[in-house]
Ligand binder design. Structure first.
Ligand code: DGL
Length: 271
């Protein structure tokens, strides 16, 4: 049994889609969330910059006595997981492996699509993991750099002509290729599930990487007998690197409930 909190971070608010799943699966766990809202998006940045930012994010989280860290960000998971795991003496888990396993299990025709940020697609990390789980699977990948800024600006609903136009253009090649499974390789994308689902049609399975990661984290903690005391109620605390003012409104959209907890701003450059 381990009552220490789980640290979770993302470049911005997308990681809250993983937090929502963690809170649903593990209601007894305390969560410390850090969203680097002052520096989002990470996806178009170089590997070195992403690693530097991720190290600072982890250094801030490590000011708490944590039992594990969850990288609730496709970009950091694909680019910096190895570095962060090697530098920390607590488990560091990312979103790639669980999502790759889910995609390999879901596909019927062996054609999987992958969308993510430029850094995620450049890394080839999902392709490597899918190839290990299901060697004969073809993976077609494309970066969708406009999705994160659109989501962070609240432009993710069906009927929004801007996001529907962008999605239509990004997803047309996947439709043409006949993928039957599409990995939403960025934790911001679950907010676009309706828009993407409408574009791709009902026969295509969408893989939510935050949800898969939360499932895997729950399993890891159970296997290590590292869950909190049975019956306890978990608390979540939120930290951001830009103004905390607008956080509650936006976070409520990602978490699909009102956020009443206090949110604090962090000087992330100091870490
Ligand atoms: N949620 C991040 C991810 O999963 C957003 C990427 C970004 O900051 O560009 O990749």
């Amino acid at each position: 049994m381990d009552n220490r909190p789980i640290g979770v971070f993302d470049s911005g608010l997308g990681g809250l889609t993983a937090v929502r799943e963690l809170q649903r699966l593990l209601p007894g766990e305390d969560i410390i969330y850090f969203g680097d809202t002052g520096r989002v998006p990470y996806g178009g940045r170089s590997r070195d910059t992403i690693i530097r930012y991720a190290r600072q994010d982890v250094a801030f989280l490590r000011t708490f006595d944590l039992k594990a860290i969850v990288i609730a960000c496709g970009t950091v998971s694909t680019t910096a997981l190895d570095v962060l795991a090697a530098e920390n003496d607590i488990p560091v888990w990312g979103v790639v492996e669980p999502a790759a396993a889910a995609a390999a299990a879901a596909t019927r025709n062996g054609r999987v699509g992958l969308i993510g940020t430029q850094a995620t697609i450049r890394s080839g990390a999902y392709e490597r993991c899918i190839a290990q789980a299901a060697p004969r699977t073809e993976v077609m990948a494309a970066a969708c750099p406009l999705f994160v800024p659109l989501v962070e600006n609240g432009r993710f609903r069906r009927g929004d002509v801007v996001v529907e136009t962008v999605a239509g253009e990004y997803l047309a090649p996947f439709r043409a290729a006949g993928v039957d499974t599409l990995v939403l390789g960025c934790t911001h994308y679950p907010l676009l599930t309706e828009v993407i689902g409408h574009c791709m049609g009902p026969k295509v399975t969408l893989i939510d990487v935050g949800r898969q990661c939360a499932d895997a984290v729950a399993g890891h903690l159970r296997d290590r007998d590292a869950l909190g005391q049975p019956g306890r109620t978990g608390e979540s605390r939120y930290y951001v690197s830009d103004s905390a003012e607008d956080f509650s409104r936006l976070a409520s959209i990602f978490l699909r409930r009102n956020v009443e907890e206090t949110v604090k701003q962090v000087e992330i450059w100091n870490y």
